[in-house]
Write a protein that binds this ligand. Structure first.
Ligand code: LLP
Length: 419
């Protein structure tokens, strides 16, 4: 775990962990745990790193809101001129509140409801990424009902394996996402001839946490073939959306971006005539977040130490759901002896293990940071066991501020009708 410099957001100095000049132990002490801390520097610099990496193909960067939907973060990206990839009317509401222009929004997802389609049409979003023939018909019908024209792209599933965790691959035929190449070509003709649909082009997304650039090169070639085929059939393709999925090296704090230079050049070569889009989520948000937690108890089980902390699978689901490994580090020097064991949460599930087989010096009351938790962390937090979701703090320039308050018991009970 190398020490990083300040431009990376999170760094260690004199055995203390900092975010943008603020000691994480100070936040834990003053604000309480569990809480997420997001570094503004880490978040914005990851966005800018992607912009620089794609300097030849110059795609529009539509941040995948699902990775981290906090409005303060979305506003930072809107200020940078980013577009947004949304999957619900709720996410649309968030990006509009953050100051995004609707024209820079693409709407993905296999299950858009009529209500969501109407909301997106009313807002004037840039494109619906359509995932089925049935959805295309629904969008056409909703657009006709309000005498509008819906801009659409067809999401193609080109049978390219994202080679990632089985829950994170989306590019294979037989899955729930997108339409086949043959259906895509047929539906492009349907859309191009509809008076309530504007056919813009094709989209794709082969999965998440992809670490091999070759997969993207294969995808770019396959998409280029589909563009050529459509144009040979007389259908103009103005837009190509390559989806997201760039992998993060979770073992490192301040992980470098995976190699993508060749992909950038391939995109520039294949799609010089098209408006290109990418939809990264994880890469922008992951390294920008740390989850702070306090050790409640230290117990032993057989020859193992079990550190029971106040965060768990309700605050960070990734270890339980995907066997994800996040750097899990004590935030202070401890007088405790180093032991081998697991960091676990309070939830009554044996899957509620945040980190396994670590060697840590930690005692009750001390703080732990779970790093690289900015993507798919808070968004997947839940109230299982009637546990409140954590608050969120944003750091910038030596200061911190709350950007989402911690939930209360009253918040959790307010939907019950029998209280
Ligand atoms: N575009 C589409 C259509 C997507 O479905 C996704 C992610 C993205 C873009 C952004 O992918 P990213 O750049 O973030 O990899 N909860 C999982 C990840 C699920 C990803 C779902 N779709 C996790 O914690 O690893």
């Amino acid at each position: 775990m190398n020490n990083a410099n300040n431009s990376n957001g999170f760094y260690q100095q004199q055995e203390q962990w900092y975010a943008d000049g603020v000691a994480l132990t100070d936040i834990a002490r003053q604000y309480g745990t569990p809480c997420y801390v997001y570094s503004q520097t880490a978040f914005v610099s990851a966005y800018q790193r992607l912009k620089t990496t794609f300097c030849h193909s110059c795609p529009q960067l539509c941040y995948a809101v699902k990775a981290n939907d906090n409005i303060a973060l979305l506003r930072l990206l809107a200020e940078q001129g980013a577009g947004f990839d949304i999957v619900s009317a709720g996410e649309l509401q968030r990006v509009l509140l953050a100051g995004a222009e609707a024209a820079n929004v693409v709407f993905s997802g296999v299950g858009k409801s009529s209500k969501e389609i109407d909301t997106a049409l009313n807002a004037g979003i840039g494109c619906f990424n359509v995932e089925s023939e049935e959805e295309l018909a629904r969008i056409e019908q909703r657009a006709a009902a309000s005498d509008r024209t819906a801009p659409i792209a067809l999401r193609l599933t080109l049978d390219i394996d994202g080679v990632t965790h089985r829950h994170l691959t989306t590019g294979l035929v037989g899955g729930k996402f997108g339409v086949s190449a043959a259906d895509g070509q047929r539906l492009a003709r349907v859309a191009a001839h509809s008076s309530h649909l504007q056919f813009l082009g094709f989209s794709c997304h082969v999965g998440s946490q992809i670490v091999d650039e070759q997969i993207y090169l294969r995808l770019a070639r396959a998409m280029a073939e589909q563009v050529t085929l459509a144009e040979e059939n007389g259908i103009a393709v103005q837009r190509v959306d390559m989806g997201g999925g760039f992998g993060v090296d979770y073992q490192q704090i301040n992980p470098p971006l995976m190699p993508l230079a060749e992909y950038d050049r391939a995109l520039a070569a294949h799609f010089s005539e098209q408006h290109l889009i990418i939809e990264p989520g994880r890469y922008i948000a992951a390294a920008a977040g740390v989850l702070l937690t306090t050790v409640e108890y230290v117990k032993t089980s057989a020859d193992k130490t079990i550190w029971v902390v106040d965060a768990g699978m309700h605050t960070l689901l990734r270890p339980a759901l995907y066997d994800a490994v996040h750097p899990t580090l004590p935030l202070q020097n401890s007088s405790a002896a180093t032991q081998t064991g697991d960091v676990v949460g309070p939830i009554c599930e044996s899957a509620d293990i945040l980190a396994r087989d670590l060697q840590l010096a930690l005692t009750a009351g001390e703080y732990v940071g779970i790093f690289n938790a900015g993507a798919y962390g808070m968004v997947m937090a839940n109230n299982y066991n009637t546990q409140p979701r954590p608050g969120i703090v944003l750091t910038a320039n030596g200061k911190w501020q709350q950007i989402r308050r911690r939930e209360t018991l009253a918040d959790m009970l307010m939907f019950e009708t029998d209280v």
